[in-house]
Design a protein. Structure first.
Lengths: 354, 301
């Protein structure tokens, strides 16, 4: 009864093209943002911030990156982890070799490096598609894994191969408590979400969707497949690269190439599938789901009094992830975001659904 | 000519591990040909089959364990066909591919839950001391492992059996018909579901053989599942729909990566094996997207 659009007339083009056209939606998102910026810092303790919320926000950024490519442009990538690694190592090397580089500029440049590499590995997508492309992106994943593990220059010749991020100095403000890190990640997540949402509503986003739905038809109505596909790869890798920097600098602090292995790529893929392909909200929902599920699986058996070995828990995690992926693909290919959508539609008619 | 000895030895070793890649790739090709599904779970099936065999072997004689493991793989194939493929009939290839990634994770977890996750030794009764060939020609001769020879023989006979099956039997003809055109095959009375079940079971048995060969070489453990990732470039190289392509691709990748490691490895710090196959596949894709033996991809509007 509360969620009604009655009486809300859109009298200008600006109002008609707004992202949140309903007053209730606008109030809702404002409340969510207020809660995220002010409420969570008041309520959450350090453990919650450090172990759950920060990774969730960073992975949400990464999932948005993959979603732009997979959900909007229809190009599958199994190499998102590689692009995150490139972002992370680029930021590390830039900070190392250009002392005094402002942190944000460092992040930005690292994203651009990742975008450039993304375009490079996106070039095969002009000739091949679908499953073949999956293998091409796997090539990126393995090559990048190897490159950072074996070529010493990238890791500044540290004998163990693990590198440590410089202190996070944002215009003189040293970011080191979990709360400050949370705010930084939240800022990046909000910014990415807004930019991505507007990008997919723009000319370029629509050309991606045209390519996704049928590339030959898109070509015939005058969309250049090369521009569309490579720009999708560039933007997606840029976002993934920034997520990689955040993951390495803010979440991990010090890391080794294994941090961005193929497991990371699969995790992001699962987030996009479960959250919803072609939905920005879905990226957040998927990231939340995949971040919380392992923690829940670790805690739940103990709560009901069953003792499971850690190996068993990790096997169970594999099984549940696998089963969920299949289940979602069968029951709801558009993921959690679609469920949310259906809920809203129902709410509009409630309590008189006729 | 002092260089020739190590060269031949590495080449031979590479070719033999290539045979093992081919075995895994063969499972992919079978399923892709008959149902158009790119089965990412083939590696997980290899692991599952090998684990089943090795654990059953502890309880009973090897031949019995082999038969039981085959039955288990048929059951797995049946379950996948019923629970995953049938509800997804008619979906886009990419969706099916992602579903098989889900199956991969499930099988990896399930297999290790049921069968345990230690490293198991698979004893097939093959001598493990290496043979030395051509000792008269080269100092020290060429070192060949009997396990590799065994795997090569098995793979060879499997390919022979499969080609007889595909070309000489009624079911084989039906399989080829389904591969050509699902609808046309159905309209002449070929039951699609049954065919898919047969194909997945065959792939499961191929996975069992691959699991035996790999398992006796490396021990049965989780890393077997990763062998599948090596089989993907083999497929791309050979072409997704060609059984000879899978064999030739496997040999090329196997020999190529070992030789590259020998000659180029020292220049870049080693570990080329890790990505060589992928970069080779990528290069082939750019020049010849359908692979060496694949059918030309023709787009109709």
């Amino acid at each position: 009864m509360i969620y009604r659009e009655t009486g809300q007339f859109r009298t200008s083009y600006a109002a008609d093209q707004a992202i949140f056209r309903l007053r209730q939606d606008r109030i809702g998102i404002a409340l969510v943002l207020l809660f995220a910026w002010v409420g969570v810092p008041l309520l959450a303790d350090d453990y919650l911030l450090r172990a759950i919320l920060v990774p969730f926000l960073i992975l949400a950024v990464g999932a948005i990156g993959l979603n732009l490519l997979l959900g909007y442009c229809g190009q599958i990538s199994l190499g998102t982890g590689a692009f995150m690694a490139i972002g992370a190592y680029a930021a590390y090397n830039l900070a190392l070799r250009l002392p005094g580089l402002p942190l944000l500029l460092d992040f930005l440049l690292a994203g651009l490096v990742a975008a450039a590499v993304g375009v490079l590995f996106g070039i095969p997508s002009l000739r091949i598609k679908g499953l073949y492309l999956a293998v091409a992106t796997l090539a990126a994943q393995f090559f990048v894994d190897w490159m950072f593990a074996r070529i010493g220059w990238f890791t500044n010749y540290t004998p163990s191969g693990s590198v440590t991020a410089p202190p996070l100095d944002l215009f003189g403000w040293l970011i080191d408590t979990p709360l400050e890190k949370y705010w930084l990640c939240l800022a990046f997540a909000c910014l990415t979400a807004i930019v991505a949402k507007n990008l997919v509503r723009s000319r370029i986003g629509r050309s991606w969707m045209a390519i996704r739905d049928m590339d030959i038809a898109a070509e015939i109505i005058g969309i250049r497949p090369m521009t569309a596909k490579l720009s999708a790869f560039a933007v997606s890798s840029f976002v993934a690269g920034v997520a990689g920097v955040l993951w390495a600098f803010v979440h991990l602090g010090s890391w080794e190439p294994l941090a961005f292995s193929i497991d990371m790529s699969f995790r992001l893929l699962f987030m996009v599938i479960i959250g919803g392909m072609g939905s920005i909200l879905g990226s957040f929902l998927g990231a939340a789901f995949i971040t919380i599920l392992p923690i829940f699986l670790n805690q739940a058996p103990a709560l009901i009094g069953i003792e499971l070995s850690t190996a068993m828990v990790s096997h169970l995690e594999f099984m549940i992830f696998g089963a969920l992926i299949v289940l979602f693909l069968i029951v709801e290919p558009h993921g959690l975001a679609r469920l949310w959508q259906i809920g809203k539609e129902k709410l509009r008619l409630w309590p008189f659904p006729y | 000519m002092a260089e020739l000895g190590p060269f031949l030895e590495v080449l031979l070793g590479g070719l033999m591990s290539g045979v093992l890649y081919s075995l895994v790739a063969l499972g992919f090709v079978l399923i892709f040909k008959a149902s158009g599904v790119f089965n990412f779970a083939q590696g997980a099936m290899v692991l599952f089959a090998a684990l089943a065999l090795v654990r059953l072997d502890e309880w009973m004689p090897l031949p019995l364990a082999l038969v039981l493991a085959m039955a288990i793989m048929v059951a797995v194939a049946f379950a996948i066909e019923r629970l995953v493929l049938r509800p997804l009939v008619g979906q886009h290839g990419l969706i099916l591919f992602m579903a098989t990634i889900g199956v991969t994770f499930f099988l990896d977890g399930f297999g290790q839950t049921v069968w345990g996750s230690n490293v198991y030794q698979l004893e097939l009764g093959i001598p493990s001391t290496p043979w030395f060939l051509l000792e008269g020609l080269f100092p020290g001769g060429i070192l060949v492992s009997p396990v590799d020879v065994f795997a090569t023989v098995i793979a060879g006979s499997l390919v022979l059996a499969l080609s007889v099956f595909f070309h000489g039997t009624r079911i084989g003809r039906a399989l080829r018909a389904v591969a050509d055109d699902h609808q046309a095959a159905q309209s002449v009375g070929i039951p699609l579901n049954q065919i898919w079940l047969i194909v997945w079971s065959t792939a499961g048995i191929v996975a069992l053989v691959a699991g035996m060969a790999w398992g006796s070489k490396l021990g049965v453990q989780f890393s077997l599942s990763l062998v599948a990732l090596k089989a993907l470039p083999v497929l791309i190289l050979g072409g997704l729909t060609s059984i000879p392509g899978a064999i030739v691709g496997g040999l090329l990748v196997g020999a190529g990566e070992k030789l590259a490691e020998l000659y180029l490895g020292p220049l870049v710090g080693g570990g080329i094996e890790y990505w060589f196959a992928y970069v080779l596949a990528l290069a082939v894709l750019l020049v010849r997207p359908q692979g060496l033996f694949g059918e030309r991809i023709i787009e109709r509007v």
